[in-house]
Design a protein around this ligand. Structure first.
Ligand code: RP5
Length: 155
């Protein structure tokens, strides 16, 4: 993620990966404030053993696109909800990649962070039957939490 301030959002991705038993590292790498750290991480990520990068950033959110430019790994971008423009700026700056360097862009905020983790798990599960089983179980558990009929009052 681009800043400590993104962690409140990106922790939702981390929590989801924890629930699925997927190993990850959470790092702060700013495209603007720590460009050398970004270069070094993105260039070395595949050799370090990473399989997928989830990049969360807000505002003028260059992190996912710049990371994608420097690694062959799949990059999923999470637009963090910004104060000034509620994440519309983050979304557009992540999703509007020119043809040639893709960033798989998720929804703004918590939903995007959770879904980036689930999408990453689904990709990894293609070559990991045990993870595929855990993902099936996670989805079934989610389904089982949905009541068929609404009730009055607070949840
Ligand atoms: C972006 O700037 C970060 O991803 C963050 O969402 C936003 C604001 O960062 P802080 O000023 O809170 O560190 O680079």
């Amino acid at each position: 993620m681009g800043s400590q301030s993104d962690w409140e959002t990106m922790k939702n991705a981390a929590d989801t990966l924890d629930a699925l038993g997927v190993d990850y590292e959470a790092r702060i790498i700013s495209a603007h404030r720590t460009p050398e750290r970004l270069y070094s991480f993105a260039r070395g990520a595949k050799a370090e053993g990473f399989k997928i990068i989830i990049a969360g950033a807000g505002g003028a959110a260059h992190l996912p696109g710049m990371a994608a430019a420097m690694t062959p790994l799949p990059v999923f971008g999470v637009p963090v909800q910004s104060k000034a423009l509620s994440g519309q700026d983050s979304l557009l700056s992540i999703v509007q990649m020119p043809a040639g360097i893709p960033v798989g862009t998720l929804a703004i905020g918590r939903a995007g962070a959770v879904n980036a983790a689930l999408l990453s798990a689904a990709v990894l599960a293609l070559n990991d039957p045990e993870l595929a089983h855990r993902l099936d179980e996670w989805r079934e558990a989610q389904t089982n939490t949905v009541a068929e009929y609404p009730v009055d009052g607070p949840l």
